[in-house]
Design a protein around this ligand. Structure first.
Ligand code: SF4
Ligand code: SF4
Length: 235
């Protein structure tokens, strides 16, 4: 219904399903039927996605966003013909960029997995309203995108601090936290999507979840050491 509903994930899914180009048609800016002005969100998300595509070695021209009204049939036809021609010229996805099938798959998977983190890290920019082409061009810089990927955080539960309250495991959106009653919790780094929820919800009096950037994550404690031994008050 709204171009603002088109998520980064939908675009990557289309590419990973073999599309050579993705086109998004949105209502003209400032002509949104809703107070949300979702087309501004779509614009920011597309600008971000195009920079991410460049970052992983893909031609960003494969992704196009155009604003138009439903009464502009001829304009729509012109735009689609032009985009079709352009995508044909660029050639098959990945192959034209010299990226092998397996490498392409793993690059797309890696970015897809990081979408919650990317959206969180760029939430302020994604919510802003750009008014001119000049603003579009430099909105996300290559350095900023490099940093986005080199500073991906990891989350780790400090076994000495975890009190097995189970709040984090209940709130984790992908069930990446193993624990249970009276069990010190651990994070499965392969499943974790870096959303940071566990870091936010771990009660400050425990502060057991650590955010780690640029350093290796300590290995999880062995299974047999996960039973929580609570200290009892001396009489
Ligand atoms: S950051 Fe925490 S809550 Fe988010 S996916 Fe990873 S383990 Fe789960
Ligand atoms: S919220 Fe904190 S204290 Fe509670 S189980 Fe998770 S890491 Fe442990």
């Amino acid at each position: 219904m709204c171009s603002g509903r088109v998520d980064l994930k939908f675009i990557l899914r289309a590419f990973s399903n073999g599309m050579d180009g993705v086109f998004i048609g949105g209502c003209r800016l400032n002509e949104c039927n809703y107070v949300t002005h979702g087309n501004y969100h779509a614009l920011n998300m597309v600008l971000l996605c195009r920079k991410i595509m460049e970052h992983i070695g893909l031609n960003p021209e494969r992704l196009r966003l155009e604003f138009m009204s439903s009464s502009e049939g001829l304009h729509f036809a012109d735009v689609m013909n032009d985009f079709g021609r352009q995508v044909k010229e660029i050639g098959p996805f990945g192959k034209s960029e010299g990226i092998g099938e397996d490498e392409l798959k793993s690059k797309i998977q890696e970015v897809t997995k990081l979408i919650p983190y990317i959206k969180l890290a760029k939430r302020e920019k994604l919510a802003s309203r750009l008014e001119s082409q000049e603003e579009y061009d430099g909105f996300f810089t290559p350095d900023e995108i490099d940093k986005l990927f080199t500073e991906v955080p990891s989350y780790h539960i400090d076994p000495a601090k975890c009190q097995a309250c189970m709040i984090c495991s209940r709130r984790c959106p992908v069930e990446a936290i193993a624990g249970g009653k009276n069990r010190i919790h651990i994070i499965d780094q392969e499943t974790c999507i870096k959303c940071g929820t566990c870091f936010e919800v771990c009660p400050p009096r425990f502060a057991a979840v650590q955010k780690i950037t640029g350093e290796p994550v300590p290995p999880p404690i062995p299974e047999e050491e996960r039973m929580l031994v609570r200290k009892t008050k001396k009489k």
